[in-house]
Ligand binder design. Structure first.
Ligand SMILES: Cc1cc2nc3c(=O)[nH]c(=O)nc-3n(C[C@H](O)[C@H](O)[C@H](O)COP(=O)(O)OP(=O)(O)OC[C@H]3O[C@@H](n4cnc5c(N)ncnc54)[C@H](O)[C@@H]3O)c2cc1C
Length: 452
C-alpha cells in the first residue's frame, strides 16, 4: 500500500465532489473524515439558493461508475435528448444534442444526488461525516485546519495534513490560502444573475416535454427549464443584473408579470407561482474562479468548485468536479506521497478546467443568442453530417465535451477551434449541400484522428 493510502484524510465540504471523493478514497481503505458546514441533508431540507437540478453527462457518469454508485444514482436521472427551443411566437423545436441513442444528458436533483453520495460514503466503516462543522480556513504555519461547531460556536483546530478542500465556489480554505499569499485567486463575476422558479405538474403529468432541456432564448438573456423526477420542472431565468432589461427593473409583482408576458408568453401559464417565487427566491450570482496553485505541499488540495468554479452554461461544473475525483483516484495507483500526487493532479487538471471555464462562457452566448440563428442550425447539421462521415476525425465540440470523457476538455477546445474554422469554410449557404470531397481533404489536412 502506498504511503498516501496509509493516512487519514480530511475532506472539507460534503457536497457533490466531497462526498464522491470520500466514496472513492474509502474503497481504497483510507480513513476519511468529512467536515460539512450544513446539517445532514438526509434529515434536513436542502438550503435554497443553489441550482435544484443539474445536467449530468458522460464525464460525471464515468466517475460515478468508478465509485460503484450508479445503481443508486440511475433512478434519479431523467434523460434529456436535446434542447427544446421556444421562440417568442410560441413555436418550439427540438435540437438533438447528439446523433446516437446514448448521446443524451441527464437531469438530476442536486439534493437527492448529494444524499445518495453521502449515504454511499457512510456505508464504509472508515468514513465519518461531521455535520454542522464550518471550516474557517487553514493555518499553514501551525499546520492546522480551523473549524467552528455551529451549535456551540466553539472553535477548534485539527492537524492539517492532508486536507482536501471541496468546500465549493466560496471556499474558505481557498480564501485563507489567498490571504496568506499561498495562492493567487482571480474571481470573474458575470454581470448576469439567475433566479429559479417552479413549473409544477399539471394533473400529475409534466407540463412540458419531459425528455428535453427547454430554452427560451431571447438574445442577451434566457429562461431554461430542466425536468425533475416528481414531474415538475425547475425553470431558471438568466438575466443582466442592471440595465433596462435587468433584474434591477423587476422590482415588484407588476413589473415581473409584464416582463414575462412580453418575453415568455407561452411560459406564463406554466408558472402559476411566478410573482411569489420571484419575490421569495434568492437571486444567485455566477462567476469563474481561477486559482493557482491548487495545493500546498502535501498538506492541502483544492478540488472541484473550490479550485475552479465556472459558469453553468455548459452544464459541466459538477461533471468537472467529479472528473477531478476520478483523476485523483487514478493517480493514487501511481504516486506514493500526497505532495507528488497533489502536484500531478493540478498539472493534469488545471489546463482542462481552464478550457471548460472558457467554453462555458462561450456557451452562454450560444444558448441565449445563436440557437435561433439559421446559420447556427445549418452548421450544427453540417457538423453532425461530418461526424457521421468521418467519425475518427470529426466530433462536434459540444459532443466531445458532453459525451466523450476520453477526450480532455483542453483537447476538445483545441480541436473545436480547428473544426469551427473548417465549418466556416465549408458552409454551403442556404439551400445547397456541403462539398464532401473538399470536406474530406480539409479534414485530412487539419484534423488528425482523435487520440493520435
Ligand atoms: C445555477 C447553477 C446551475 C448549475 N448547473 C450545472 C449543471 O447543469 N451541470 C453541472 O455539471 N454543474 C452545474 N452547476 C455547477 C455545480 O453546481 C458545481 O460545479 C458543483 O456543485 C461543484 O461541486 P463541489 O462539491 O465542488 O461544490 P458544492 O457542490 O458547492 O459543495 C460544497 C460543499 O461544501 C460545503 N461547505 C461550504 N463551505 C464550507 C465550509 N466553510 N466548511 C465546511 N463545509 C463547507 C457546502 O455546504 C457544500 O456541501 C451549476 C451551478 C449553478 C450555480
Amino acid at each position: 500500500m502506498s504511503r498516501a493510502a496509509e493516512k487519514q484524510v480530511n475532506i472539507i465540504g460534503a457536497g457533490l465532489a466531497g462526498a464522491l471523493l470520500a466514496v472513492l478514497l474509502a474503497r481504497r481503505g483510507l480513513a476519511v473524515t468529512l467536515y460539512e458546514r450544513r446539517p445532514d441533508p438526509r434529515q434536513a431540507r436542502p438550503e435554497r439558493g443553489r441550482s435544484i437540478n443539474l445536467a449530468l453527462a458522460a464525464r460525471g457518469i464515468h466517475a460515478l461508475e468508478r465509485a460503484g454508485v450508479m445503481q443508486r444514482v440511475r433512478p434519479l436521472m431523467i434523460a434529456m435528448r436535446g434542447r427544446m427551443v421556444h421562440e417568442r411566437s410560441g413555436a418550439s423545436a427540438l435540437q438533438p444534442y447528439g446523433q446516437r441513442e446514448h448521446e443524451v444528458i441527464y437531469s438530476v436533483g442536486r439534493a437527492d444526488l448529494n444524499r445518495v453520495l453521502i449515504d454511499e460514503a457512510l456505508r464504509h466503516p472508515n468514513v465519518t461525516v461531521r455535520f454542522n462543522q464550518q471550516c474557517t480556513g487553514v493555518d499553514a504555519r501551525l499546520n492546522q485546519l480551523r473549524l467552528r461547531d455551529a451549535a456551540s460556536g466553539a472553535q477548534y483546530g485539527l492537524e492539517l495534513a492532508p486536507a482536501i478542500a471541496t468546500d465549493g465556489a466560496g471556499s474558505a480554505v481557498r480564501a485563507s490560502l489567498a490571504a496568506d499569499g499561498l495562492a493567487t485567486v482571480r474571481e470573474q463575476w458575470l454581470d448576469h444573475d439567475y433566479k429559479e422558479l417552479t413549473v409544477p405538474p399539471v394533473a400529475g403529468r409534466p407540463a412540458l416535454e419531459a425528455h428535453a432541456l427547454h430554452i427560451w432564448p431571447r438574445g442577451g438573456f434566457m429562461l431554461i427549464a430542466l425536468p425533475n423526477t416528481d414531474a415538475s420542472f425547475t425553470a431558471t431565468l438568466f438575466l443582466a443584473r442592471a440595465g433596462a432589461q435587468g433584474f434591477a427593473c423587476l422590482d415588484g409583482g407588476a413589473a415581473v408579470e409584464r416582463f414575462f408576458a412580453e418575453q415568455f408568453p407561452d411560459a406564463v401559464p406554466l408558472l402559476p407561482h411566478l410573482v411569489e417565487e420571484f419575490a421569495q427566491h434568492p437571486q444567485g450570482q455566477l462567476g469563474t474562479v481561477h486559482t493557482a496553485p491548487w495545493h500546498l505541499e502535501g498538506k492541502v488540495l483544492l478540488l472541484g468548485d473550490a479550485a475552479h468554479a465556472i459558469v453553468p452554461f455548459h452544464g459541466q461544473g459538477m461533471n468537472a468536479a467529479f472528473e477531478d475525483c476520478r483523476v485523483l483516484d487514478e493517480l493514487l495507483d501511481r504516486h506514493q506521497d500526497w505532495g507528488t500526487l497533489f502536484a500531478e493532479l493540478e498539472r493534469a487538471r488545471r489546463p482542462n478546467t481552464e478550457a471548460i471555464a472558457q467554453m462555458a462562457l462561450e456557451n452562454y452566448i450560444e444558448m441565449r443568442d445563436t440557437v435561433l440563428d439559421a446559420r447556427f442550425v445549418r452548421l450544427k447539421g453540417l457538423a453532425m453530417a461530418l461526424e457521421r462521415r468521418f467519425p475518427e476525425h470529426f466530433i462536434p465540440r459540444y459532443s466531445m465535451v458532453m459525451f466523450h470523457p476520453e477526450i480532455t476538455y483542453a483537447e476538445a477546445q483545441r480541436r473545436g477551434a480547428v473544426q469551427a474554422q473548417l465549418l466556416d469554410e465549408l458552409d454551403p449557404g442556404e439551400g445547397t449541400g456541403p462539398d464532401l470531397s473538399r470536406a474530406e481533404q480539409l479534414i485530412r489536412e487539419r484534423l488528425p484522428p482523435i487520440g493520435c
